[in-house]
Design a protein around this ligand. Structure first.
Ligand code: LMR
Length: 347
């Protein structure tokens, strides 16, 4: 049986159990509200011998601070567009935490105009500096950013669908927490896949698949589903103009990075959810449970038998995902046409 990886098992990579290779992880946007706690949590993941911190402003202080933590490996600082490729050079995993957050009243899609160019810049740099890396974007709107990045990687001739991820782990973390609160049990014992995308009704927690089995009415399921779908907005409103989820996002993203590293290390049965190029549905990009391995995605477990409510919800979200993918691809094509041949960085 597959169990989801994650922070719960943060210390489970034991040199006694597996042959541990060391990896380089690069974090783009390491100085920001997500980037700093993410960098800290990633320091606790065994098997990383180099952590490269990149941001537009100086990351020297953060790198120095993190390098005093009694963990294996070194932490290096990089600054500005000119040091983006050196930061990414030879990375096994690149995590992108950079980008503008939502303000109250905004939808994630509205961030594309400002964050889309960033996705192009980073995907272009990855293509040059670390074409074999696993590339994971936290940057919103995930539903469009991943199709955009895929298009940039395709234009460079290096797109590998097994290596590009939209981080949707926070939807899983929230589902575990809200469901465990509802059932009055520990979240550590809860396991639930979340499929679809990462915005509004495209986020579909499969409560019918929850382990242990969910105990509640269909009304409870609909209420919990809605809360999980709107949880990001809950934080945006609570922060009242000062950003969106940072700490819980860092927690979830670190858990996902740990799953990637465990997969790279050849551990068996590493499964986590992410938004990726997929043939499971007729949407070209789709979040589902994925088995992770030495080259990124190892297999795409088929969608489970779902409840009627989940099947209906899936039918409603697929057209949105198809449209988001079209918009992401169109965004990339327009930028690539405007700047052909692909430059190192957009202004
Ligand atoms: C989240 O789910 O918290 C993030 O996608 C940030 C946001 O804008 O909601």
């Amino acid at each position: 049986m597959f169990l989801f990886g994650g922070i719960k098992s943060l210390t489970n990579i034991s040199p006694r159990n597996v042959v541990v290779r060391n990896f380089k992880v690069a974090i783009v946007g390491a100085g920001g509200g997500i980037g700093q706690p993410l960098s800290l949590l990633i320091r606790r993941i065994p098997g990383i011998d180099e952590l490269a911190l990149h941001d537009l402003s100086d990351t020297k202080g953060i790198a120095a601070d993190l390098s005093h933590i009694s963990q294996w490996g070194r932490v290096l600082a990089f600054k500005g567009d000119e040091e983006l490729e050196p930061a990414l050079c030879g990375a096994d995993v690149v995590v992108v935490a950079a980008g503008m957050p939502r303000r109250p009243g905004m939808e994630r899609d509205q961030l594309m105009a400002v964050n889309g160019g960033l996705a192009i810049k980073v995907a272009t740099a990855v293509g040059k500096a670390s074409p074999g890396a696993l590339l994971a974007f936290i940057t919103n709107p995930i539903n469009m950013i991943i199709p955009t990045a895929a298009e940039v990687l395709k234009a460079q001739g290096i797109f590998d669908p097994r290596r590009l991820f939209g981080v949707t782990a926070l939807d899983v973390v929230r589902s575990e927490k809200f469901i465990s609160d509802f059932m009055n049990i520990s979240p550590n014992g809860v396991n639930i896949p979340v499929i679809g995308g990462h915005a509004g009704i495209t986020i579909l927690p499969l409560i019918s698949q929850c382990k242990p089995g969910f105990k509640g009415t269909s009304e409870d399921i609909e209420k919990l589903t809605y809360r999980i779908q709107e949880a990001g907005t809950e934080i945006v409103n609570a922060k009242a103009g000062l950003g969106s989820a940072t700490l819980s996002m860092a927690y979830a993203a670190a858990s996902f990075v740990e799953s990637l590293i465990r997969g790279l290390n050849g551990q068996e049965d590493v499964v986590d959810c992410a938004y990726v190029a997929s043939e499971l549905t007729d949407a070209p990009f789709f979040a589902s449970s994925l088995e992770l391995g030495k080259y990124g995605i190892k297999s795409y477990p088929p969608l489970p038998q779902m409840s009627d409510y989940e099947n209906e919800s899936l039918e409603k979200l697929l057209p949105i995902l198809r449209q988001n993918a079209d918009e992401g691809v169109a965004f990339a094509r327009k930028c690539l046409k405007d700047i052909s041949p692909i430059p190192a960085a957009l202004p």
